[in-house]
Structure formats: structure tokens, C-alpha cells
Design a protein around this ligand. Sequence first.
Ligand code: DC
Length: 221
Amino acid sequence: MGFNVAIDGPAGAGKSTIAKAVAKELNLIYVDTGAMYRAVALYMLREGVNLTDREAVAGKCPEAKVTIRYQDGIQVVFLNGENVNAYLRTEEVGEAASVISPIPQVRKNMVALQKSLAAESDCIMDGRDIGTCVLPDAQLKIYLTASSDVRARRRYDELAAKGEPCDFQKIKADIEDRDYRDMHREESPLRQAEDAVTVDTSDMTVQEVQAAIIELCRRAR
Ligand code: DC
């Protein structure tokens, strides 16, 4: 096994921003597992599947073939051969991913894909169950978190900067709903691995978090 770093934590904790930067600095591949669940969710939305009908979603799973390629260090997600990166980062797709990701048939292929990517390359992988299920033997596990207030504020600022209309209370309520769903599902819930280091970023800048995690990686390597 190569060098693997697992980063788990709730939505909006900054996992992808940090993992991307650390990957670049330490020459690791960044594996964004949320994007894989988002790709399956996109397929279900496009097919008009009722997302709360678990059997319908499970039955459609074999039709959604997700593959990953790296182009100039960027993860590109293909859904049945189509590059879908541009469609994955919307609120609608994120919500849908949170709704369907508890279904075992959805997780099974994604976890296998994630394990094979980690076996092939030194990587930093972020998600919800990476330290607990996907890479139990990762040399470093990080649980990245922040208060829901801070996470909602960051999301609000991000949307406001793009000129998108948004409501702070609604964003915060959505984040808390998503946390609840991700933490209370039966299948691979979000929880901190026993051997994970907690990094609470509520009062830290991106640069501070990045520096702290690079230091943890250097020590683990
Ligand atoms: O990290 P994200 O917002 O892109 O993830 C979208 C949803 O996918 C999230 O609400 C839960 C699910 N997910 C998961 O169940 N397991 C993972 N390893 C990553 C994401």
C-alpha cells in the first residue's frame, strides 16, 4: 500500500479545499468521493427516479457507470462515458446525493472504485466513511469539522460572491439536515474513526488549516 490520507467530516467543513491544496503540495492524488455519489445522483435526477424510493434507486444503479480519470491533476468524473464535472457542484445534486448515498447498492460500487484508486496511487481522499470503511489502514486520518454556524457563513459568503440570492437561515438549516442524514443513516454513517485526528476549523483560516494538515502528513509519512 502506498501513502493514503483519509479526510472525513460534515458538509462545508472545507475538506475539498484543503485536500486539493495538500495534494498539490505533497504530490498526492486528490480523490473526491462526494463527486462520485453526486454523479450517481445526477443520473437518478436525469432519469426522473423518485429518490425516496430506495428500491427504484437501487434498481437503476447498475445503469449508472461511474469512472474516474485524472487530467492535469484534476479529477474528472465520467457518467456512462460523459464528463459530468460541470454538473456536480449544485445544491440540487448535493441534496440528492445525500438522499441516495445511504442505499447499499449505491455505496458498493463507489467504495470498490475508491479502494482501487487508493491502491494505485498515493492519495488524499475525502468523504464521510473514508477512515472508517474505505481506507481503514490509511497512514493518517483526519476528522475535519467546524460549527454549523461557521459552515453556513462560509457557504453564504461563497454564494453571495457569485451573486446568487441566498438566505443564511435556510443555508444553516439545510446544512444541519444534511449533517443529521449523513450521521444517522444505517449504512456507513459519518463518524470519526477512533484513530483520526480532529481538526476544528471554526476559528482557523484556510492557510492555517492547510499548514496544520501538511505538518500532520509529513509526520505520518
Ligand atoms: O462531500 P459532498 O458534499 O460532495 O457529498 C455529497 C453527499 O454524498 C453527502 O451528503 C453524503 C454523500 N457522501 C457519502 O455518503 N460518502 C462519501 N464518502 C462522500 C459523500
